[in-house]
Each structure stands twice: as structure tokens, then as C-alpha cells.
Design a protein around this ligand. Structure first.
Ligand SMILES: *Cc1c(COP(=O)(O)O)cnc(C)c1O
Length: 412
């Protein structure tokens, strides 16, 4: 029996995680489905002032089929960015109209495939818009607007600013209108997504304002989609999106817009990180403790092949030694086994680490497994879900066969 919700800060009990590490081996991803549900409901409730509200889970955060199926049952829609994600979504049971495909710089061919599946399509450049309109003048689409605001936790994940490759600039709206007129194409919604980890709500609200101003000229819209960027805390006292303040401001503005607009319209959000980040725990084993002149390293049986965010984004993820709760605190730099610098955390205060201990890395539900690779010819880890107190293996650890599957061995 896995103990859920032992206390607020440590929803899954430490001993349960150790049991799982023993049962399935490490490295191991563990997802608490109760937490996923909690986050989904939290977001729904925050916007309960809006009658027509849809939450589309942005599945690039974590595409495990079981997570998608779970969210589908809860009533969520799906935000996808590749045709493969669309296919996983359909496999998970989402109705095509509950899936939005928001690609960037993909081929027209890929968009045509999405049309064949009947999913909603959200275009973000004029060239494709023009070509799309020629092929499918009757397939109503969404438009991703670039509102030109700087939002997001860092430059890599900020996607709504002026130099960003995303969206159609709102200065290009006259051009867009001409294309619509020439092709007869209809627009069903407007969309923006300005970045991840947004803690500055004012930037979000000014983006929303741009969307309202754009939408008011289009009388038959189904939806307005504000994308995401909801930040979750990664450590104690960390910044997070103030959901209450955001929902209060957006709800007020949206209802006001609806009154001016006249027609019924749906409000969409597409959170990824908010839904799954905190549900995830990544368990690794300590291979070596290595003292250098200046530092004590704890070297673990994983690296940026499995968990890229600290190395790629300088992201901070809490690290806890779950095998030595009674040890005293010491300072460690926790590193991986990849032959390159791959550091999970520098100079972290952790309960004394011994070789063989199991460390737990938090906030491992979003953009962790989904960004993993086979670098250094390592297997990707297995994934386990915790549901109603039981654990289920939802992805097998890879094997040598997986690594060799597509290799063609030529004899010359
Ligand atoms: C990545 C992405 C999201 C989700 O962003 P989070 O920061 O994970 O909430 C939403 N919409 C689109 C179009 C995206 O590309």
C-alpha cells in the first residue's frame, strides 16, 4: 500500500518511494495521479466564474498514455504540438474536437494529416495560412497571435516577445484578414501562449488585452485560448503564478468582453507544467561519493539523458536523500554519470549521503521524462503511476534491444 497525502509537503511517503525504488529499480519516475487530479480541479475551480471553460492539458509536458487517459476521463481537452502527440491523444480517447494542434514551423503535410484526423488546428504563420486556405477553405481554424510581450521564466521559455518565432504578429492582422478574404477561410478562435513560468501577471493580462482587441472584429468565434505559462513552486518560498489573482482579473475581463461581443464563447487554457510537474518524483541511486579538493560530489545513476531541466534551463529541483532521514545535513553537489558536466544541483544541503542511498528529485512530472534521450547509450527509465494507493508500471525500462532496434548492421 502506497501512502498518499501523508502530509502536505510530502504527498507520497518517503518509505513508499523507497519500496518502489526496490521493486522497480532506479532510475525511476513515479507519478502521483491524485496530485494530477488535484491540480486539474484547482484550475477548473479557479475559473468557475466562467461558464464555458475548457482546460486543455499541454501534453508535451508528459505524454505517457495513462496520464492522457486519466485527464481525458476528468474532462480535460488536449493541447498538442506534433502529429505524433495528436495520435497519442486520439489513442487516449480524446474526441478530435477536444484536441488542438498548435504546431510551429511544421510542414503543410503534417497539418494536412491533422485535418484528416479532424482535430482543431491553430496556425501561426501567414505563409501556411495562405496555403491551408487554398486546400481547406471550409476547415475553420484558430490563429496564434504574438502579442509582443516579454513573459516567461527565462529567455529560452519565453515565446511571445517580438523576436520570437511563435505566432502571427498582431501588426500583421491586416495582412491576415486579406488572406482570409481571398481564401474564404473562417476563424474559430484566437490563441496566445507567451511562455512558461510566468510570475508577472501584468504581462499575461496585457497579452489577453491584445487578444480581446483582436477577437472583437471577428463575430463568429468559438473560443479564445490564453495558452499557459502557469508557474508552480520548485522550492520553499519560490515564486508561483498567483492563480487567484489571475483568475479574478481574467474572469472579470473575459465576462466584460463577452458582454461586448454578444455571442457565446469558450475560454481555454492549456496548462502543462501546472497539471503534472508536482506529481512527479525521480528516484536515483548514489553510485559514488567523491571528495575533490573543493567539493563533495554525490554521483548518481542518471544524468541529463533522463533529466535535462537543471542543465538546459538552470532549473532548480529539490533533492532529498530518502534513505537517510535521520542523518545530519551536509553539503553536496549532485551530479550524473554522463561523460560531460551534468549537474543536478550545486552545493545542496542534503541529509548525509552514503553510497547506495536513494535520492528523490522533486517536480519531476513535467518536461522530465518527455525530454529524455539515449545519450551515452543509456536506457530510458521506467515510469510508475500511483493511483488509489496502488502502484502500476506504466512504462518499461528500455533494454539493449530498444537501443539497437532501428540500427541497420551493414557488412562491408
Ligand atoms: C508548451 C505549451 C503549453 C504549456 O506550457 P506550460 O508552461 O507547461 O504550462 C501550452 N500551450 C502551448 C502552445 C505550448 O507550446
Amino acid at each position: 500500500m502506497i501512502h498518499e497525502l501523508k502530509n502536505k509537503n510530502n504527498p507520497i511517503h518517503r518509505e513508499s518511494l523507497i519500496q518502489l525504488a526496490k521493486k522497480y529499480g532506479t532510475p525511476l519516475y513515479v507519478y502521483d495521479f491524485f496530485k494530477i487530479k488535484k491540480q486539474y480541479i484547482k484550475m477548473k475551480n479557479a475559473f468557475n466564474g466562467v461558464k464555458n471553460l475548457i482546460i486543455n492539458y499541454a501534453c508535451k509536458a508528459n505524454t505517457n498514455l495513462n496520464i492522457l487517459k486519466f485527464l481525458q476521463k476528468l474532462g480535460s481537452g488536449l493541447d498538442t504540438v506534433s502529429i505524433q502527440e495528436v495520435k497519442i491523444g486520439l489513442k487516449a480517447g480524446f474526441h478530435p474536437k477536444k484536441i488542438i494542434f498548435t504546431p510551429n514551423c511544421v510542414s503543410l503535410q503534417e497539418i494536412k494529416e491533422a485535418v484528416n484526423f479532424g482535430v482543431r488546428i491553430n496556425l501561426d504563420n501567414l505563409s501556411i495560412l495562405e496555403q491551408f486556405g487554398e486546400y481547406y477553405p471550409d476547415y475553420a481554424i484558430g490563429i496564434r497571435i504574438n502579442p509582443h510581450i516579454m513573459a516567461g521564466g527565462n529567455y529560452k521559455i519565453s515565446v511571445g516577445h517580438i523576436d520570437s518565432k511563435f505566432g502571427i504578429s498582431y501588426y500583421q492582422i491586416p495582412h491576415m484578414k486579406r488572406i482570409l478574404k481571398n481564401t474564404g477561410l473562417k476563424i474559430e478562435g484566437f490563441h496566445m501562449h507567451t511562455g512558461s513560468d510566468i510570475s508577472d501577471i501584468k504581462a499575461f493580462l496585457s497579452g489577453a488585452e491584445v487578444l480581446f482587441q483582436t477577437a472583437i472584429d471577428f463575430p463568429n468565434l468559438d473560443y479564445i485560448d490564453f495558452g499557459s505559462g502557469f508557474k508552480v513552486p520548485y522550492k520553499k518560498n519560490d515564486l508561483k503564478t498567483d492563480l487567484n489573482y489571475l483568475s479574478y482579473s481574467i474572469t472579470k475581463k473575459f465576462l466584460n468582453f463577452c458582454e461586448n461581443y454578444g455571442n457565446k464563447i469558450t475560454l481555454i487554457f492549456e496548462p502543462g507544467k501546472f497539471i503534472v510537474s508536482e506529481s512527479g518524483y525521480f528516484l536515483v541511486s548514489v553510485n559514488v561519493i567523491k571528495h575533490t579538493v573543493s567539493t563533495v560530489f554525490a554521483g548518481v545513476n542518471s544524468g541529463f539523458n533522463h533529466f535535462l531541466r537543471p542543465m538546459f534551463y538552470d532549473a532548480y529541483h529539490c533533492i532529498e536523500n530518502i534513505s537517510n532521514p535521520d542523518g545530519r545535513f551536509r553539503f553536496y553537489t549532485v551530479v550524473g554519470y554522463i561523460c560531460e558536466s551534468d549537474t543536478f544541483g550545486v552545493n545542496r544541503k542534503v541529509k548525509e549521503i552514503r553510497e547506495g542511498d536513494i535520492l528523490c528529485i522533486k517536480n519531476a512530472g513535467a518536461y522530465c521524462f518527455s525530454m529524455s534521450s539515449n545519450y551515452n547509450s543509456r536506457y530510458r527509465p521506467s515510469e510508475v503511476m500511483i493511483f488509489k494507493g496502488k502502484d502500476f508500471l506504466i512504462r518499461k525500462r528500455e533494454t539493449m534491444q530498444d537501443l539497437m532496434r532501428n540500427i541497420i548492421d551493414i557488412h562491408i
